[in-house]
Ligand binder design. Structure first.
Ligand SMILES: C[S@@+](CC[C@H](N)C(=O)[O-])C[C@H]1O[C@@H](n2cnc3c(N)ncnc32)[C@H](O)[C@@H]1O
Length: 204
């Protein structure tokens, strides 16, 4: 199987959260250009699912693992007035801030306790985060806690993670599956990219 090289190799190969943060800090300046070259699809697919299930005007929304803001920075244009972001990488947060689209950007670690109240968000979106070397099902309970009942969660999940226990862990969480895409390759321009799927969930 083809191997990831460069920044992609570093982020997929990380074995601890501080390594993930350092790898993304080093990548932040050139991330958008590289993802564009690779035809990166998760943000468009996540936004499409969100638009099908979350009414215009719902607020606030959390972009979890916001990165440089390729996903949540479109929300204002689509009629959702307040979006905030969290990420483990200060470098990525700084790039997201440049988009000028986020009400707040906070350093926080998925998988640990998040600095938000129960039911604080009308919706949570997370694209490209539940993947190799990043975040697993251990982050789900906190995302459920901070989403209000009736709220929407949109997640992309690497298929290997999905089959390796994520689907089972998700079934135990207080959310109903609204829809699930067929597997797709998130970066068609990168031959080493394996399939992911995207999910829309309604918090019970
Ligand atoms: C592939 S990027 C995706 C960024 C953005 N959502 C997008 O689709 O372009 C993964 C992001 O997740 C962040 N990340 C990885 N592990 C994390 C964790 N445990 N907590 C918070 N953010 C994390 C990385 O810093 C990076 O910005």
């Amino acid at each position: 199987m083809a191997q990831h090289d460069g920044h992609l190799g570093a982020v997929y190969g990380a074995s601890a959260p501080e390594q993930v943060a350092a790898a993304y800090d080093a990548w932040a300046e050139t991330y958008d250009a590289e993802m564009a070259r690779n035809g990166y699809r998760h943000p468009a697919i996540g936004l499409a699912l969100m638009a099908r299930h979350l009414p215009r005007g719902a607020a606030p929304i959390l972009d979890a693992g916001v990165g440089t803001g390729l996903t949540g920075s479109w929300f204002g244009l689509l009629g959702w007035p307040e979006v905030e972001g969290i990420d483990i990488s200060e470098g990525m947060l700084a790039m997201a801030a440049r988009k000028g689209a986020y009400a707040r950007l906070t350093r926080a670690v998925l998988g640990e306790t998040l600095p938000f109240a129960d039911g604080q968000f009308a919706a949570v979106i997370s694209t490209g985060v539940f993947t190799t070397g990043h975040v697993g099902a251990e982050a789900l309970p906190e995302l459920m806690r901070i989403t209000r009942p009736g709220g929407v969660l949109v997640l992309t999940v690497k298929e290997t993670l999905w089959q390796g226990g994520f689907a089972q862990a998700l079934a135990a969480e207080p959310a109903d599956l609204l829809e699930q895409t067929v597997p797709y390759v998130s970066m068609p321009g990168d031959p080493a990219t394996t399939p992911s799927l995207a999910l829309a969930l309604r918090r019970r």
